[in-house]
Ligand binder design. Structure first.
Ligand code: CA
Length: 423
């Protein structure tokens, strides 16, 4: 097993096998730059780049790491990502003296994470949200339409999705004001204007597109993963009461457009390769353009924690796994582009809520509480049907290897009271 020249604990999310990319600012400095997480540190890639370590790759002279977003590097393509990654891995390994034995370079290039501010890693041009978990779609469908009609007839034939809103994708740690809008309570004859009463989270994972495709040229399913730069955790905040009133016939609009939170570290797809698994069996067989000839899922443990303002510590309310997703990332990309729709470097494709078959593996409060009928019981005696003001939500995820973890860090956010509106 490859090891780095300094100590990284076995339960750290950021061993040398991971090396996720992020954008950060060291304390007291004004220029953002790009780094990889290693243990409790960040390796500043703009320093490594300046020192000439990438001069034998396609990024030479391009200053791809002296940037405020990953987009330029994302656009360089899979071969370059892989070359750069192996140079970084070698540089951090205990076998290589270049950084290990160079104290002045180490001082310049390694920054404690505690002394850095993380920034949005990607300039997101477009955001698409899928609905790829069969358990989630079945549960939600059963609540709204009954068991017999739970899945719409199209669901097992194509990855359902909608075009989301990139402008309100925010970094972990951003607090979210409770949204307000039109709702129609069951007892009301006409809609009312109100703060959202059914505020929810959605546990998702997001895939960042590296290289895109030309307008008019679909990406074949077998090549789709070559376009994936890496993955992040996503909390797609949702206003269920606004959604219930507005969603027909065109799908969610305001219920989803007020905030979507992402984790700051983008885990390269290459780091996930040892954890590749077969997703659920697809029956009926998908049409040829969606048919994959290799396993397209990954074994990623996922957890959600809630901390109310009266709670001493966060409490886990969900534990699930990425591999429950029915439609793979490759199938989502193939479907998204089959019309010729072009994806660009930095586009975000989120999976949709990830739920498994068991109650405790459900990825949102709508399902956990069965639309409010069965509240979540917390250790301090409180209950939750929906999120309350002051609640902090934290999601985390990792792949468990032999003696190491490929972690995603965390995505968190707190609910602030609704903003008053003078009408
Ligand atoms: Ca969603």
């Amino acid at each position: 097993m490859i090891r780095s020249f300094f100590n990284v604990e076995p339960d750290s999310h950021f061993p040398i096998q991971n090396l996720p990319y992020g954008v950060f600012k060291p304390e007291g400095e004004s220029m953002p730059r790009i780094g990889v997480a290693i243990g409790d540190y960040i390796l500043d890639l703009s320093v490594v780049e300046k020192a000439g370590f990438f001069n034998n790759t396609a990024v030479k002279g391009k200053k791809v790491f002296e940037q405020s977003s990953l987009n330029l590097f994302m656009g360089t393509g899979k071969e370059t990502w892989s070359e750069v990654r192996s140079i970084i891995q070698k540089l951090l390994s205990d076998k290589d003296p270049a950084l290990r034995d160079n104290a002045s370079l180490r001082r310049k290039a390694l920054i404690p994470q505690a002394d850095a501010e993380m920034l949005m890693p990607v300039d997101i041009g477009d955001y698409t949200d899928f609905y790829a978990s069969k358990d989630h779609a079945t549960n939600v469908g059963a609540m709204f339409r009954g068991r017999e009609n739970a899945l719409m007839p199209n669901w097992t034939h194509l990855p359902v999705g909608y075009h989301g809103r990139a402008s309100s994708v925010v970094l972990s740690g951003t607090d979210i004001h409770r949204p307000q809008g039109q709702i129609k309570p069951p007892e009301a004859e006409t809609p009312i204007f109100s703060p959202c009463r059914q505020l929810d989270f959605e546990l998702e994972m997001g895939c960042f597109i590296g290289t895109g495709n030309q307008l008019g040229e679909p990406i074949p399913v077998g090549q789709a993963e070559e376009h994936v730069f890496g993955l992040v955790l996503v909390n797609d905040w949702s206003a269920r009461d606004i959604q219930a009133w507005e969603y027909q016939p065109l799908g969610p609009f305001l219920a989803k457009n007020f905030a979507t939170s992402i984790s700051p570290w983008v885990v390269p797809l290459e780091a996930l390769e040892p954890f590749r698994v077969q997703g659920p069996i697809q029956e009926p067989e998908p049409l040829a353009y969606l048919k994959e000839d290799k396993p397209g899922s990954f074994d990623i443990e996922l957890e959600v924690y809630l901390k109310g303002k009266n709670m001493q510590k966060p409490e886990r309310i969900t534990r699930t796994n990425f591999q429950y997703l029915y439609w793979s990332m490759a199938q989502q990309i193939a479907h998204h582009t089959i019309t010729g729709c072009n994806l660009n470097p930095g586009d975000l494709l989120a999976s949709g809520t990830i739920s498994g078959p068991e109650k405790e593996t459900r990825g949102c409060l709508l399902e956990l509480t069965w639309r409010g009928k069965d509240p979540v019981e917390l250790e301090n005696g409180e209950q939750r049907t929906w999120l309350e003001d002051g609640d902090e939500l934290m999601m985390t995820g990792w792949c468990q290897g032999e003696g190491y973890r490929i972690g995603f860090g965390e995505v968190k956010g707190r609910i602030l009271p609704v903003r008053t509106l003078n009408i």
